[in-house]
Design a binder for this molecule. Structure first.
Ligand code: PEP
Ligand code: MN
Length: 265
């Protein structure tokens, strides 16, 4: 991660090539935690697109704490993401949880997400490193910066140079008011250690929708290259992560607020 030549990750989408990198405009990834049904994913895609997002996110395979919680709709959700991509031209980011699904996720995703819980699943990292789709590597909830960069190194060493790092909050002693502690100092720290693009996820980082806008604004001010924000048309009814999801209206307003800060490029 210290010797990469190209510092940017360029992803082709139906709307054109989008570049994640220090000297490029902010890339915004938005969408629900889980793909729930066709209507909600198409509606969310249209609304985040209208607000200015570049990628649609949405889980088909969900890593849930409880085995009895909604686990995602799997392959049928990937088909719904394809329909949303077709309808809006947005690129698709979705999580790969296990290697049997690698081929099908790689077929539908423009960027493959590796979640916090799999950050040190080294065999999975080697497998996404041996294929061509860019990889979004979320920070493990108890991972040091060094652990995280070495996890990225597994992907790079296996031959895939296109890795985006995503800070999504870490576990600290205080979980009373926020789900996780969003480590914004990771931004300037990573900048000194790696050429890889840096994304911040203030939704999982705080766990509460009312804290998301402030942390999104702070992420840009601190130099983030990209943001991932959970948006749901009806957060109260969401099958996962409703409390941290913005409504499309609030997301639209946040996009306008963020444009005032802008990204120094
Ligand atoms: C998600 O993006 O919905 C998710 C499960 O993220 P994380 O791996 O950061 O918990
Ligand atoms: Mn989520």
């Amino acid at each position: 991660y210290r010797h990469g030549e190209a510092s940017d990750v360029v992803v082709s989408t139906p709307n054109g090539a989008i570049t994640f990198g220090e000297n490029h405009p902010l890339v915004v990834v938005a969408g629900p935690c889980s793909v729930e049904n066709e209507e909600m994913i198409i509606e969310t895609a249209r609304r985040v697109k209208a607000a200015g997002a570049h990628f649609l996110r949405g889980g088909a395979y969900k890593p849930r704490t409880s085995p009895y919680a909604f686990q995602g709709h799997g392959e049928s959700a990937l088909n719904l993401l394809a329909a949303a991509r077709e309808a809006t031209g947005l690129g698709i980011i979705t999580e790969l949880m296990d290697s049997p699904e690698l081929d099908v996720v790689a077929e539908f995703a423009d960027v493959i997400q590796i979640g916090a819980r799999n950050m040190q699943n080294f065999s999975l990292l080697k497998k996404v490193g041996a294929q061509e789709k860019p990889v979004l590597l979320k920070r493990g909830m108890a991972a040091t910066i060094e652990d995280w960069l070495m996890a990225a190194e597994y992907i790079l060493a296996a031959g895939n140079p296109n890795v985006i790092l995503c800070e999504r909050g870490i576990r600290t002693f205080d979980r009373q008011y926020a789900r996780n502690t969003l480590d914004l100092s990771a931004i300037p720290v990573l900048r000194t250690l790696t050429h890889l693009p840096i994304m911040i996820d203030p939704s999982h980082g705080t766990g509460k929708s009312e804290y998301v806008p402030a942390m999104a604004m702070a992420s840009i001010a601190a130099g983030a290259d990209s943001l991932m924000i959970e948006v749901h048309p009806n957060p109260k009814k969401a099958l996962s992560d409703g409390p941290q999801s913005l409504t499309p209206e609030r997301f639209d307003r946040l996009m306008q607020e963020m444009s005032v800060i802008g990204k120094a490029v």
